[in-house]
Design a protein around this ligand. Structure first.
Ligand SMILES: Nc1ncnc2c1ncn2[C@@H]1O[C@H](COP(=O)(O)OP(=O)(O)OP(=O)(O)O)[C@@H](O)[C@H]1O
Ligand SMILES: [Mg+2]
Length: 243
């Protein structure tokens, strides 16, 4: 994927969630956003995915120049897959229906085709035997995988994952990490945020450090974790890598 983000701002009341943020990325398969809580990672993911319209600045994702036009945004959002920190699966629908419903309602597949695509995605992520379970009957890792399966089922241009491993134990984190690596190796472009530096290091082509609504630096993980340029990133890493 290619990204051209130029001086983007997004305010919520008096809070500047994004504050003149710029990012120019020529080519990357997996972009990982790291940084302190409240720094703007989720807001940036939402802006890049067309779920939030910035107050100022310009955003180009591949060959799409993002605009505030509702028809453009609706079509653009449909191209992408999302998994958020919260609000992932519909609690009253089983895992399979969680996947077939958006395929039918949002992407216009007929029920038979939707079921085929859903079962392919469930099978790929080792969830076929759990297809008839409600989210509450799935483990945290299974829920997270079902959420990724749903976002992935219709072949999104870019998969946006907001802290896909939050609330998972280390083994399940490893499971989700392997899944994301597999998707990336199969050619899926992914932008994700995480608080787990080991995860970021393992999965990223490029890591962007987001703090106070800006990207302080963006580097390949080997470079960023070994010798970050910006003092803010150095401080952040020295704190989070201590434990
Ligand atoms: N819908 C909203 N309404 C009001 N303020 C918001 C909203 N969304 C985000 N903010 C504020 O914008 C800032 C950036 O939030 P954001 O969720 O993007 O941070 P983050 O880097 O994802 O944090 P975390 O690591 O905790 O998930 C925060 O100060 C947050 O309180
Ligand atoms: Mg967030």
């Amino acid at each position: 994927m290619k990204l051209e983000v130029d001086r983007v701002s997004k305010h919520f009341g008096a809070t500047a969630a994004l504050d003149g943020l710029s990012l120019h990325l020529g080519e990357a398969r997996v972009l990982v956003l790291i940084g302190p809580s409240g720094g703007g990672k989720s807001t940036l993911l939402r802006v890049l995915g067309g779920l939030e319209v910035p107050d100022a600045g310009s955003v180009q994702v591949n060959d799409h120049r993002l605009s505030a036009d509702p028809a453009f945004l609706q079509a653009y959002r449909r191209r992408n897959g999302f998994l958020f920190q919260q609000f992932n699966l519909f609690p009253h629908l089983d895992a399979r229906r969680n996947i077939t419903l958006p395929l039918e309602k949002v992407h216009g597949h007929d029920p038979t085709a939707a079921r085929e695509l859903a079962d392919q995605a469930l099978g790929r992520f080792g969830l076929l035997e759990h297809a008839a379970k409600l989210p509450a009957q799935l483990s945290g890792g299974q829920q997270q995988r079902a959420g990724i399966a749903r976002a992935f089922a219709f072949s999104p241009e870019i998969l946006f994952l907001d802290e896909p491993t939050s609330a998972l134990d280390p083994e399940m984190t490893a499971e989700v990490l392997e899944l994301i690596q597999e998707l990336a190796e199969a050619g899926q472009d992914i932008i994700l945020s995480t608080h787990e530096m080991g995860f970021a290091k393992a999965v990223a082509d490029q890591v962007a450090f987001v703090a106070a609504g800006k990207i302080e630096e963006c580097q390949p993980p080997g470079r960023l974790f070994a010798s970050p340029d910006s003092p803010a990133c150095q401080r952040f890493l020295s704190r989070v890598m201590r434990y």
